[in-house]
Design a protein. Structure first.
Length: 215
């Protein structure tokens, strides 16, 4: 009798456990059988859509970030020119390609006429830059030897000489060319050593014409 009574109690408990009201869940029932579950499901839909969109957009964002600030045509031109003229110092800076031509290669001492030995590099620059249609800036620089007025005038004459040579080689290409001289105002190396003596190597680096393509 006691045994039968115990079985009955267990059966009643099982009925409560299996068929009675569900235990309270932090986020309500999971079977959608209540208004609370329906509301939770509806609230989750916008979040799900956002997650899906985010998953699709993130790779595109990464792709944009990977290509931002780098022009592939300019990078290809820089690689080509560097391979053919290792001393050119071709460098892509964002959407601009900077080329560094030493004045000692371009010009005779204290002159502003482009030497014939320097023409092949200008031929290559014009051939590569012309189809891109990007603006070209020619900037002349000198060392600090001599007066500021003289260096300024020399840098301007040399920049214009390179501009004219490029213009001839570009022909009818739709490219805007400008030339500007900066004298000794933008050195890339010291003109003198710490003890005040002349730094010929530094002055040689400062005597240059820079060509900026794009930007």
């Amino acid at each position: 009798m006691a045994t039968m009574r115990g079985v009955a109690v267990l059966a009643a408990a099982g009925a409560v456990f299996l068929g009675g009201p569900a235990l309270a869940e932090p986020w309500g029932p999971l079977d959608g059988a209540s208004a609370r579950a329906d509301a939770a499901a509806r609230a989750a839909l916008p979040r799900a859509r956002v997650d899906v969109l985010k998953a699709r957009i993130d790779p595109l964002t990464g792709m944009a970030q990977a290509t931002t600030g780098r022009s592939e045509p300019l990078a290809n031109l820089a690689s080509d020119l560097s391979g053919r003229f290792p001393g050119l110092g071709a460098k892509v800076e964002g959407e601009q390609l900077r080329l560094n031509l030493q004045s000692d290669v371009l010009f005779d001492f204290d002159k502003a006429e482009v030497r014939k030995e320097a023409l092949p590099v200008l031929d290559a620059i014009a051939a590569g830059a012309g189809p891109l249609g990007k603006p070209i800036k020619v900037q002349g620089h000198t060392d600090a030897k001599g007066s500021d007025a003289y260096n300024q005038a020399l840098s301007e004459r040399r920049a214009k000489a390179v501009e004219a040579a490029l213009k001839t080689r570009l022909g009818s290409a739709a490219v805007t060319l400008t030339a500007q001289g900066f004298g000794a105002g933008r050195p890339v190396a010291a003109n003198a050593k710490p003890d005040g003596s002349d730094d010929e190597a530094g002055r040689q680096r400062n005597r240059r014409v820079e060509i900026l393509i794009g930007g």
